[in-house]
Design a protein around this ligand. Sequence first.
Ligand code: DSN
Length: 420
Amino acid sequence: MLKATKLVDEELYNIVVGELKRQENNIEMIASESTAPIPALELSGSVFTNKTLEGYPGARYQSGAEFADKMEILGVERCKALFKADHANIQPISGSTANYSVYAAVLKPGDTVLSMRLDQGGHLTHGSTVSQTSKYYNFIHYGVHADTEQINYEELEELAIKHKPKLIISGGSSYPRLIDYERISDIAKKVGAYSMADIAHVSGLVAAGIIPSPIPHTDFVSSSTTKTICGPRGGMVMCKAEHAKALDRGVFPRTLGSIHVHVMAAKTYVFKRAATEEFKQLMIQTVKNAKHLATCLEKDGFRIVSGGTDNHLVMVDLRPKGINGKQFQEALDYVGITVNKNMIPFDTEKPSITSGVRIGTTAISQRGLKETEVEQIAAIMNKVAENITNQEVLDACKQEASDLISNFPLYQEDFDPVTI
Ligand code: DSN
């Protein structure tokens, strides 16, 4: 896949090979990551890269769209069938722009929106004060109960009644539990608001049918395509039939110019793959691995936020170990386990330090790691936490992590993305 690059730009080729080796040699556990299948890499780099297009199939602003139209129609149909959605738009170039499209479809500047706090599981684009979204709209936030660390639906309802938002958002980037989409949509209906579920993290689990779907209840469902659904860097939005026109306008021309047609091709393939039994089994194992990781870490004295997980991610409170998220992320990075520091509910540390880490199991499950290996990973994590400044122990952990992951190739040898 990089043969031509190697001939013309060896310096850049070596950087990409370095990244491939990094991914191969490390235990990648960032919850928003997955390993894109080879066809998705191929399609993202295909000749559709050359095509400039705006608009929709049959109504483009540029000519030469016959094959792109065929592909987009196929992708939309596959997406609708996979999620059992009335309507889908697969043009957004990320989960963030997918969210902006929904805002552009139904909100005017200054409208009130109710969403989950970022530091309790939400997302930057759900009106965090550091996001531009908070400047355009009047965001109000709900959170989790202090004791269960699960969504405080009573607070959500009270805030909805008090502030009469135009849109209520569920979902986010660090919430490990199932979400009662029906309850949130009912609250939205009661106060005359639209509902939107951001399933960026769990869209693979939803597609596989192993956790409840918001589709029957929620007006708009947005997602990125690179997390549990294991696809390229992109986004998508689904909605009920009555919102189709508004959504399409919200995507183009309100938030997007020309489309990333090449990435849309990769999404189209990924929707086919996500409908297979093999993908369903992968998602089942991903959740089993996350649950087992939570159990093992808890046994070792870590505190698990909300007491466990129902999806692919585990939120870990490091305070019982006397360390913070930054220290643990850096030490794990040294030993070859990649995670990210993350705020936990009611965190007193700054976002650049944090009291917790977020750990995901999608990428390791794709490589074939199961409960036995998860136990080994948890044991390494515990040794690292207990010996954060002990170089000898960290070096031994590094060797252990390397030995473990070397048995599970990132890509099968004859499909190595550099040499094919
Ligand atoms: N939203 C960020 C995350 O969850 O890691 C990036 O996708």
